[in-house]
Write a protein that binds this ligand. Structure first.
Ligand SMILES: *[C@@H]1O[C@H](CO)[C@@H](O)[C@H](O)[C@H]1NC(C)=O
Length: 287
């Protein structure tokens, strides 16, 4: 008995370790290209960490090598610390062309001790104007936090450290276009937006604090990779895809979402009637 189980153990241990390593071995060199910034974007620590920086001459940015059509995409970010007023760190998915789809996280910097704004938006077929903004319930510059986009045929769910902050449901049934046909790449950039970012542009970037740096690690994509006009996932009809493909929020997640929306949401386009004199967008009457 004893020898049998220890035999099993010695056999399984290397396999288990192998799995753990596969799960944690995200390497930015394999999945991303630094696309601009003339050396201000860097992949360091053997591919474990990516950093973007911004100074008076330029910001920087990167993009994924792959395109995805649906996925559960996680990234850990540690935002520009200290006086980050005027800076914007964007982290988003986007397709190409004039009727593009886009799913955005944007982080608007602030003076030391004043809160960042976590800005979100969803574009479908070139049309956005669906902003929701939040104050983070933690200091996003003190440590890494996980920002996730779950994008499947039913909905888009934005989460922070596993807490959903926003859901954009597929409401094609009432005529609201939903991103589902155009593969998207992951993009991120750090740039100067002091004409609007902080207190609507009142607070300018303090260049004596430059360079400003944001860091990324632990990228993970459970996703359908799009290449040569085909998806790496099975067709929806066969339903043999992973759990994320049909995932919806359970009641515990719904309650977390409500907690965030009640306590930390500072702007919701659906409450901004002045902006839509012809009437609020149709999806606003659904939630
Ligand atoms: C910055 O701090 C001010 C004062 O607390 C706040 O009104 C504003 O929403 C904060 N965030 C940004 C990005 O302006």
């Amino acid at each position: 008995m004893f020898s049998f189980s220890s035999f099993k153990f010695t056999l399984l241990l290397p396999l288990m370790v192998g799995c753990l390593m596969a799960a944690s071995a995200s390497n930015f060199n394999n999945d991303f290209d630094i696309t601009w910034g003339d050396g201000r974007g860097k992949i360091v620590n053997n591919g474990e960490v990516l950093t973007l920086s911004l100074d008076k001459s330029s910001g920087s940015g990167f993009q994924s090598k792959n395109e995805y059509l649906f996925g559960k995409i996680d990234m850990q970010l540690k935002l520009v610390p200290g006086n980050s007023a005027g800076t914007v760190t964007a982290y988003y998915l986007s397709s190409k062309g004039s009727t593009w789809d886009e799913i955005d996280f944007e982080f608007l910097g602030n003076l030391s001790g004043d809160p960042y704004i976590l800005h979100t938006n969803v574009f479908s077929q070139g049309k956005g104007n669906r902003e929701q903004q939040f104050y983070p319930w933690f200091d996003p510059t003190a440590d890494f936090h996980t920002y996730s986009i779950l994008w499947n045929p039913q909905s888009i769910i934005f989460s922070v450290d596993g807490t959903p902050i926003r859901e954009f449901k597929n409401m094609e049934s009432i005529g609201v276009p939903f991103p589902k046909n155009q593969p998207m790449r992951i993009y991120s950039s750090l740039w100067n937006a002091d004409d609007w970012a902080t207190r609507g542009g009142l607070v300018k970037t303090d260049w004596t604090q430059a360079p400003f740096t944001a860091s990324y690690r632990n990228f993970n994509a459970d996703a359908c990779v799009w290449s040569n006009g085909a998806s790496s996932c099975k067709s929806t009809a066969t339903s043999t895809n992973s759990a994320w493909f049909s995932q919806e929020m359970d009641s515990a997640k719904q309650r977390r979402l409500q907690w965030v929306q009640k306590n930390y949401m500072i702007y919701n386009y659906c409450n901004d009637a002045n902006r839509f004199p012809q009437g609020l967008p149709p999806e606003c009457s659904m939630s």
